[in-house]
Design a protein around this ligand. Structure first.
Ligand SMILES: NC(=O)C1=CN([C@@H]2O[C@H](COP(=O)(O)OP(=O)(O)OC[C@H]3O[C@@H](n4cnc5c(N)ncnc54)[C@H](OP(=O)(O)O)[C@@H]3O)[C@@H](O)[C@H]2O)C=CC1
Ligand SMILES: CC(=O)N[C@@H](CCC(=O)OP(=O)(O)O)C(=O)O
Length: 345
């Protein structure tokens, strides 16, 4: 049994880690931290956890965390990892950061997040944790930069095409929609019921912090620079991301060849399901699970391919993928703690 700390246990990704780890056969949560909730019992904030967890929430102290845990999940707003991660690594813990602090080099981070980057030696040690694509590196990692929710849905949809050089690389457009839990539990005007309910809006158009993250990983697999258009939207639902990705295919790529490409790329990958022709993913069909469902359709008139990808932002988009990465790092079964069937309806 390994001991896990959840740093930021009182947030949405924090309680999702608690929900999923509760039935993980090889992991026990031994430490929980928070900020405004420090000093309280977790079940006093989240009564649905009564009978599952009785831990007291502590303030963040890397040395105290290291005494109680072998691995730490960092589920904090961006800007905090730099002050915590070095102390945890120094004490020999494996660390998985769910925020954006370790995913980008310093210049891009500063530009897109508008915050001070983590020291270069910390960032350089981080392995980008898109589990299906970087398994071998994740196995050897001590520090994981867990991907963002939109990048997870988008990259799983687009990387097969990029790797096979099947599309014109300057033709990519991603139109993505997220449920409101993607914004976290911290109160904000934009997350109020009356702002979100019966509404559907784009936000941070051409300015979203996940744009460079997606482009960096597309470029890495392409072996050359790829840029794209990315537009996120907020949808009045609790959970889920649907990314609709468009790209112009190169000559010779038929619908059946494209299906073969996706099926062979994700063969043996337990969390990616390729939908049959004419059948497209829906957020409800992956809710509460670590699955990513992908569907595709080639428009013969325009030569443009539409790839749809659905995930639960809190599971495959955050806490589920973090546990998948822990499983890979520790040599556990990749699906340990993550085999739940989606919650439907
Ligand atoms: N929500 C999502 O779908 C996804 C989120 N992420 C990323 O995961 C991270 C966590 O997100 P999420 O769970 O949604 O956020 P929440 O706002 O729901 O939770 C934030 C957590 O961080 C704690 N916290 C806030 N400020 C401080 C501080 N100064 N010092 C110590 N602890 C602090 C809070 O404690 P307290 O409650 O006690 O104040 C709370 O536990 C973010 O970086 C986010 O971008 C990544 C992918 C998807
Ligand atoms: C709906 C909503 O607001 N979603 C968040 C996703 C948060 C996230 O994953 O951001 P990090 O890169 O900091 O981890 C957003 O668009 O910013």
């Amino acid at each position: 049994m390994i001991r896990a700390a959840v740093v930021g246990a009182s947030g949405y990704t924090g309680i999702e880690l608690l929900r999923l780890l509760q039935r993980h056969p090889q992991v026990q949560v031994t430490c929980m931290t928070g900020d405004s909730s420090a000093g309280k019992d977790i079940q006093s904030i989240y009564p649905h956890l009564q009978g599952f967890y009785g831990n007291r929430i502590e303030t963040v102290d890397p040395d105290a965390i290291a005494e109680q845990a072998d691995v730490a999940f960092i589920a904090l707003p961006s800007g905090h990892a730099g002050g915590i991660v070095p102390g945890l690594l120094k004490n020999g813990l494996r660390v998985i950061d769910l925020g954006g602090d370790l995913r980008l080099p310093a210049d891009l981070y500063e530009t897109w997040y508008g915050k001070k980057p983590v020291p270069a030696e910390v960032q350089n040690e981080a392995v980008y944790g898109l589990s299906e694509w970087y398994r071998e590196e994740i196995k050897e990692a001590k520090l994981i930069a867990n991907p963002g929710c939109f990048p997870t849905a988008t990259l799983l949809a687009l990387l097969p095409l990029i790797q096979a050089a099947a599309v014109e690389k300057d033709s990519i457009i991603v139109d993505a929609k997220s449920g409101v839990s993607g914004a976290g539990r911290t109160a904000s005007l934009g997350s109020l019921f009356a702002e979100v309910n019966e509404n559907f809006k784009a936000y941070r158009v051409n300015q979203h912090q996940h744009t460079p993250e997606i482009e960096m990983q597309l470029s890495r697999i392409a072996g050359e620079k790829v840029i794209m258009t990315f537009t996120p939207h907020l949808v009045p639902m609790n959970r889920g991301i649907l990314a609709t990705c468009y790209a112009k295919v190169k000559a010779g790529w038929t619908q059946s060849k494209l299906f073969d490409l996706y099926r062979s790329t994700y063969e043996g990958k337990p969390f990616v399901r390729i939908r049959p022709e004419g059948n497209y993913p829906q957020t409800k069909e992956v809710a509460g699970s670590n699955l990513c469902d992908i569907g595709l359709s080639l428009d013969h008139r325009t030569g443009r391919l539409t790839v749809l990808s659905a995930i639960d932002n809190l599971v495959k988009g955050a806490s589920g993928q973090a546990i998948q990465n822990l499983n890979i790092m520790m040599g556990f079964e990749e699906t340990s703690g993550l085999t739940a069937v989606p919650l439907y309806p």
